[in-house]
Every structure is written in C-alpha cells, then in structure tokens.
Design a binder for this molecule. Structure first.
Ligand SMILES: [Zn+2]
Length: 338
C-alpha cells in the first residue's frame, strides 16, 4: 500500500473514531459478509440475506479458477475487445453456481440515473416485462434491457442484476412481503438519490415498510481511493445539507502525526492562492448510501456494508479507477425462489 493511501486511511479511521455519524465503519469489523466458492467461482454473500431460505443473492468477484490468470468478468469496458459469447458463458456459470439457472435475469443498460424499473414475468413472450416506476406512463415496456439503474420485483423466478466495477451495488430485501431490489449507484446516481428512490418505489409498488427492509451494500471504491473533483463536492453540497459528511480531504504534503486533525479541518478552510496546494477531496459513497437509506426509513442495524474497496483490492475485484477501460465488470444479483 502506498504511503498516500496509508495516510488517507489514517485520516478516515481517526475521523471515524471521533464521529458517531461514521459509526458504520465500526461494523466493518463484524463478519457481515462471507466468501462462497463453487464451480471455480467465488462470490460474496451478506450473512443476513444468506439466512433467508427463499432468497438467492451474491456479489461476484474477479476470482475465476477456470479463466486462468486473466479473468474477464461479466462484461467489458468500451475500450476492450468484447467477446460476448464468453461473457454470456461466464454469466450463466455464475447463475448456475448460485443455483439460479432457472431464473430469468432482469438487467438494465445502466446510465447513472435515478430510474427504477418494476420487473414482472410476461407470459405472452415467456420473458420479462419492465414498467418504469414513478412514471405517468402505465404502459408496459417489453425491452430486454431498458435504460436505468435499479430493478425491483416481488415475483419469484426473476434474478435482478446490476453490473459494477467501482460503483456501489446495493441489494434491498423486504423480509416481510418478500420483495427485492438491485441498485447501481455511482456518484451521479447517488446524487440523483437512486438509493432513496428505490426504497420509495418498493413502498409504492409492494407496500413495503422501510423498517422491514434489509440493505446489503457490496464492494465498491471507497473514500481511501475515490478522489473526486471540486465539481462533485459542489454538486453534493447543492443537493444535501449534510454533504460535508460524505467527503474527506487530504493535504498532499502532510505526513506528520497531526495531519489527520488538520485534514478534517481543511473542508472548512481552503488555502488562499499562493499558499500550499489544494487538498485532495475523496468521496465516501458508502456514507451517502447510509444517509439515503436512513433518510428513507431503513434501520441502521439492518444495513450491512461489505468491507472492501475495489480499487485497493484488485486481487479480489475489478476496478475501473485502477484498471481503466479494460476492467471487467462484476455482478450483484438477487432473486426470490419459487
Ligand atoms: Zn481504496
């Protein structure tokens, strides 16, 4: 680990110790997630969801013992040569390993939006029907992959799928009414409140009560590695009153023992021109997710965060930040058994 990352981590944990608003970091130490291996593949399961016998779920990793040294994941970035048949095979292997081979996969063309789709089986075409949530259009759309970033269902046999390689995958489960959601949230989607909106659409569509929801936040890029430009901080400040809780700042040249304290104060006071360089700004997407889930009424004790930064742990995960366009994509999936 480079010194820079060590420094930022130290800032993060020092701040966490001081601030109860970041208490989720303390939960990282608990065994909320476990790695599962089958058929040469390895994925993460959230222990709270694994306990539900009527549910299938998983967060894939890059570990693929049958792919040799260069696993390609479940889809590729635009800069890589796409071998769609191989990708398709990989996806079906993952579904099979999970025991979801008979499920109909429901995925989206992800566009970093706040668009949520309700998915049901469509017996007319032996496939799926997608309906846009919160839309005046009551029409049912039969597209295979409409544009959007969250899918919800309460029908058994449908596997909700989102693809990620640094962005945050979030799985939501209504344990009382047996409904589920899969959400893809990068900074743009989080800024557009996709997480809060997904909870709201489960309430409207299935009558879910937020207090009955369990949320599993999968591996994503974390604040140790997620440097963002000032426009991102400005955008969040414009949209959230407590936006300062989502960011950490790090002065590049400070390596002494007092740097963590001064880093936390840098949010409030920018260096005047001609003085020391501007501190770097890091976005804590998990803090944004916690905030939106809490705001929507999900209990803190039912929010489970996977203790992994994709950019720090490219031994386990793909990272767009670290590997660029050639990074494979991982999947987060969830479905209700028949
Ligand atoms: Zn990291």
């Amino acid at each position: 680990m480079c010194d820079h990352i060590k420094l930022v981590l130290r800032v993060q944990f020092t701040r966490a110790e001081r601030s109860s608003s970041l208490c989720y970091i303390q939960r990282l130490a608990t065994q909320a997630y476990q790695f599962v291996r089958r058929d040469g593949l390895e994925w993460l399961e959230c222990t709270a969801l694994s306990r539900l016998p009527w549910l299938i779920h998983g967060f894939s990793t890059r570990t693929d013992h049958k792919a040799g040294s260069r696993p390609r994941g479940f889809s590729l970035g635009h800069g890589a040569s796409t071998n769609s048949r191989r990708i398709d095979r990989n996806r079906h292997r993952f579904y099979r390993a999970l025991g979801a081979q008979a499920f109909l996969p429901a995925s989206l063309r992800q566009i970093h939006s706040a668009t949520v789709w309700h998915v049901v089986r469509n017996p007319k075409v032996s496939g799926l029907a997608y309906t846009p949530c919160g839309s005046a259009l009551a029409d049912t759309f039969l597209e295979i992959e409409p544009q959007g970033d969250a899918v919800i269902t309460d029908e058994p046999g449908i596997l909700l799928v989102v693809r990620v390689a640094d962005c945050m995958p979030i799985l939501l489960v209504d344990t009382r009414r047996r409904a589920a959601a899969a959400v893809h949230a990068g900074w743009r989607g989080a800024l557009a409140r996709i997480i809060e909106k997904s909870v709201g659409e489960m309430e409207r569509t299935f009558g879910s009560k937020p207090a009955d929801l369990t949320a599993a936040i999968g591996p994503s890029i974390r604040s140790c590695c997620y440097e963002v430009g000032p426009e991102v901080a400005d955008a969040f400040s414009g949209a959230f009153r407590n936006a300062h809780k989502f960011f950490q700042r790090d002065a590049p040249d400070e390596t002494d023992g007092n740097s963590s304290m001064s880093a936390s104060l840098l949010w409030l006071s920018k260096s005047p021109p001609g003085h020391s360089p501007e501190p770097k700004t890091y976005l804590d997407l998990a803090a944004v997710a916690f905030d939106q889930l809490n705001r929507a009424g999900v209990k803190g004790s039912r929010i489970h965060l996977a203790d992994f930064c994709t950019a720090s742990r490219t031994d386990h995960f793909f990272s767009y930040r670290k590997e660029g366009d050639r990074a494979g994509r991982m999947m987060a999936v969830i479905g209700i058994r028949a």
